[in-house]
Design a protein around this ligand. Structure first.
Ligand SMILES: [Cu+2]
Length: 391
């Protein structure tokens, strides 16, 4: 494939070079130009018709693409309450662009044909026409202003969370680092404890201020569970570089910036199980598994292990190129029913308790005179950082 592409590029370059030398010849004053090299009326007519042929070609290609690839699964399966708003904005923009391009392409090709070169015909010098200019400036201005206003309306709707909504929501932190995600739940008080990269030590890899009273019930998870039908407010932080928390099915994306906390919130509307049961999803998963099964056969024939069948899961992805393993920076999202979510929340070990356990284990090992297992500077915690500060 690459060889073919290289060959095509080389051939096109050769043609371009040949044409350039021809143009160079034609521009030489008094050069002995062969008459057959100059376009006559017939040539211009053929080129005019070819313009029409090209118009038909692009229209047919467009129709073919819309019929075959026009099912935009990402525009019809949003799983958050604000999802349809984002999708509508996208669809309106697409339709507008489609209509405008269809009309302008036709005009462009028609005029190229109509005003093709003719023997003895001179081009008309046309300085300006205020009326025309007002029309072609004001129409795009009005349409674009409408689109921008609708976009601002959508943005305000999605980003503005009032006090009442805030009280009836769950606060979860998304912590980004090269190259993985971790979620921190705010526990029963629904308030995240303070955190700072300076507090990162040993098992406290999120840098939680363990002395903060609000941090006492915070717990961390490598899998993001959220309940259906309830507003989730995400607070994003980054440990190292710029990342971007991207949850495509929920039409949500927000940058994670080192040194500051950013925020995004949404209400999930479909549980993972409900999404898996949608006909479009069943079809999609079946397609993927058919391809995987075929690939597995080839692998097994080569004596390698077969691929596991694919099952749909929501994902949190990183949408900023943040380093070598950026492509694999993802976390599974599970949307539970409220009951399942409640059950999942039970018996989670808090970060404070995990740090205490780790400290106790280390102390025990030291008193037994055994070398500490992970003998790195970061795991050696000298002072007890878990003493809760007085309010
Ligand atoms: Cu990243």
């Amino acid at each position: 494939m690459t060889t073919l592409l290289i060959l095509i590029v080389v051939a096109l370059l050769a043609v371009a070079l040949w044409q350039l030398t021809k143009i160079f010849d034609l521009t030489q004053v008094g050069a002995n130009v062969n008459d057959t090299q100059v376009a006559n009326d017939n040539d211009n007519k053929v080129n005019g018709y070819l313009m029409f042929a090209f118009l038909v070609f692009i229209y047919l290609t467009t129709i073919y693409c819309v019929l075959n690839y026009g099912h935009f699964p990402l525009l019809s399966d949003s799983a958050s309450e604000h999802g349809p708003l984002v999708d509508n904005l996208m669809i309106i923009s697409l339709v507008l662009i489609f209509v405008v391009q269809t009309i302008t392409q036709a005009l462009l090709h028609y005029f190229a044909y109509k005003y093709r070169g003719k023997e003895g015909q001179k081009a008309l010098y046309f300085a300006d026409n205020n009326k025309l200019e007002v029309i072609w400036s004001s129409i795009p201005a009005v349409v674009l202003a409408g689109l921008i206003l609708y976009g601002l309306y959508a943005w305000n709707n999605i980003m503005f969370v009032d006090k009442e909504q805030e009280q009836d929501s769950i606060v979860i932190e998304l912590y980004a680092q090269q190259f993985n995600w971790e979620a921190r739940y705010s526990g029963a008080d629904n308030v995240l404890g303070k955190a700072n990269v300076r507090y990162i030590e040993g098992v406290n890899n999120l840098g939680v201020d363990l002395s903060d009273p609000n941090a006492q019930d915070d717990f961390a998870s490598k899998e993001l569970h959220i309940p259906k039908g309830k507003r989730v407010i995400f607070r994003m932080r980054s440990q190292d570089v710029l990342h971007s928390a991207y949850m495509p099915h929920f039409r949500a994306q927000m940058n994670c910036v080192p040194g500051m906390v950013t925020s995004f919130s949404f209400i999930p509307t479909l549980t993972t199980a409900e999404m898996r049961d949608r006909p479009a999803m069943i079809e999609k998963v079946a397609n993927i598994n058919a391809i995987r099964a075929k690939k597995s056969q080839e692998l097994v024939a080569k004596g390698q292990t077969a691929l596991d069948p694919y099952a749909f899961d929501y994902l949190l992805l990183c949408n900023k190129i943040c380093g070598a393993s950026h492509y694999n920076m993802q976390m599974k999202i599970v949307v539970d029913t409220p009951e399942d979510f409640k059950a999942w929340l039970k018996d989670k070990q808090t970060i404070v308790s995990a740090v205490k356990t780790s400290l106790a284990e280390e102390k025990l090992k030291e008193t037994e005179g055994k070398p500490v297992k992970n003998d790195t500077a970061s795991t050696k915690v000298k002072t007890d950082s878990t003493l809760v500060a007085q309010k």
